[in-house]
Design a protein. Structure first.
Length: 135
C-alpha cells in the first residue's frame, strides 16, 4: 500500500510553484483574484481576525498576464493524469477560459461547475450575480 501525502500552501502560488518539481502534482485548485477592481476585507467567522486583499488592476491585460504566469506554472507541475480547478466569477471568466484553453489545450476541458447561491433581485439594479464558476 502506498503512502499518501498532501500539502496545502497558503499565499501567492507563483513563487512556491517555481521551486516544485515538474510533473509532480496531482491536483491544483486556484481561487485567484476575480478582477473585481476592488479592495476586499472581511473578518473570520469568530470575528477574531481581519483579512484583506487588493483585487485592483491597471487593466485587463495586467490581470491576464498575472493569471497566465500562474496557470503556465501550474501546467508545468501537473502530472499527465492531474487536474486543475480554477474558481472565478463573471468578471473575467471569459478570459480565464481562453488562457486555460491556450495553455492546456481546448480538448483538455472537462466540465464547468456552476456554484449557485441565492440573491434577491433588486429591480433598481437589474439582475444580480447569482453564481460563480469553477473550470
Amino acid at each position: 500500500m502506498s503512502k499518501i501525502t498532501s500539502n496545502i500552501i497558503l499565499g501567492d502560488c507563483l513563487e512556491s510553484m517555481k521551486v516544485m518539481d515538474e510533473r509532480s502534482i496531482d491536483l491544483v485548485y486556484l481561487d485567484p483574484p476575480f478582477f473585481t477592481n476592488r479592495k476586499h476585507s472581511s473578518l473570520t467567522r469568530d470575528r477574531s481576525k481581519k483579512f484583506s486583499f487588493n483585487d485592483i488592476w491597471s487593466d485587463l491585460s495586467d490581470y491576464a498576464e498575472f493569471m497566465h504566469n500562474r496557470l503556465l506554472e501550474a501546467h508545468r507541475l501537473l502530472k499527465d493524469s492531474g487536474s486543475i480547478f480554477v474558481h472565478c466569477d463573471k468578471s473575467a471568466n471569459f478570459l480565464l477560459r481562453a488562457i486555460l484553453d491556450e495553455i492546456f489545450g481546448g480538448d483538455q476541458f472537462r466540465a464547468e461547475i456552476i456554484w449557485t447561491y441565492k440573491r434577491w433581485s433588486n429591480s433598481a439594479k437589474g439582475l444580480l450575480p447569482a453564481h460563480q464558476t469553477i473550470f
